[in-house]
Design a binder for this molecule. Structure first.
Ligand code: UDP
Length: 246
């Protein structure tokens, strides 16, 4: 296997020689830690466009993100970072594994928001861990952990407020972070693959739960979400031009 190419479940990352990386969004979707799989033509492009808009917005809100610019319909050019093997989940309402773990009902508000850490290890099924485990494993220093928690909470709050302009409730989301140039950057993607979005009025599911729970067609759901987000003035990024940066 080439050492400049990382194949993930939904993305491919190719390291470029100049401290940058290309992130290619595939049409594949998995759920239940890879137990359920399918390919949805058009999904990669939608997740790429949504991630670009959300990462660019957070950068404007002073969150350091790895995004440099979009290269084409399904490729982002990003700063190459060393990924910290943690999934940082921020929750504003109870859903998914938090229902199972706590017995609280779906939709119960998390006030203040709940922040959780999961160890990114497919072979261990990405277990929930705490700060002591992070220290034991040497995954991140206490200072890095404090930074990524604070960045995750600030970014999640900003997005939650923003989405309300499109009548979209953000129930929860997952962030990943990486190191480069001696600091921590918000990395990976922010899309309906990694967030729970609900219509504020009807509760309609607007994210990957449509696939996890066989609720609706995935691509039209993601396309409808993008259309709603595109109407938010702060998310109107300049139109795409085929500019080669690498
Ligand atoms: N999530 C993710 N990748 C994962 C696990 C979770 O992006 O490997 C996101 C998921 O989309 C949701 C949030 O993290 O927005 C919380 O997920 P949860 O712990 O409830 O897990 P689930 O029940 O979705 O497996």
């Amino acid at each position: 296997m080439r050492d400049d190419l990382y194949e993930g479940k939904a993305k491919q990352v190719r390291l470029l020689p100049n401290g940058l990386a290309e992130i290619y969004f595939k049409d594949d979707a998995t759920a239940g830690n890879g137990k359920k799989r399918a390919t949805f033509p058009g999904k990669g492009e939608l997740c790429c466009r949504i991630s670009e808009r959300l990462l660019a917005y957070l950068a404007r809100e002073q969150i350091p993100t790895h995004l440099v610019q979009r290269k084409d319909e399904r490729t982002l050019i990003c700063r190459a970072v060393e990924i910290i093997p943690l999934e940082v989940v921020v929750r504003f309402a109870v859903a998914g594994s938090l229902c199972t773990r706590t017995g609280l009902p779906y939709g119960h508000p998390c006030t203040p928001p709940v922040c959780e850490l999961y160890y990114k290890r497919d072979d261990l099924s990405d277990p929930l861990i705490n700060d002591d485990h992070v220290r034991l494993l040497g995954i991140a220093s206490p200072a890095e952990l404090a930074t990524l928690r604070s960045l995750a909470l600030t970014a999640a709050q900003a997005l939650r407020t923003l989405f309300l302009q499109a009548d979209v409730a953000l129930f929860d989301l997952k962030f990943e972070f990486g190191r480069a140039d001696g600091r921590v950057w918000l990395a990976d993607e922010i899309s309906p693959d990694t967030c729970r979005f609900r219509d504020v009025h009807s509760g309609q599911v607007l994210d990957k739960d449509v696939f996890r729970q066989d609720l609706a067609e995935l691509v039209p759901t993601y396309a409808a979400l993008l259309a709603r987000l595109e109407k938010i003035p702060a998310l109107q990024v300049p139109a795409f031009s085929h500019q080669e940066v690498a």
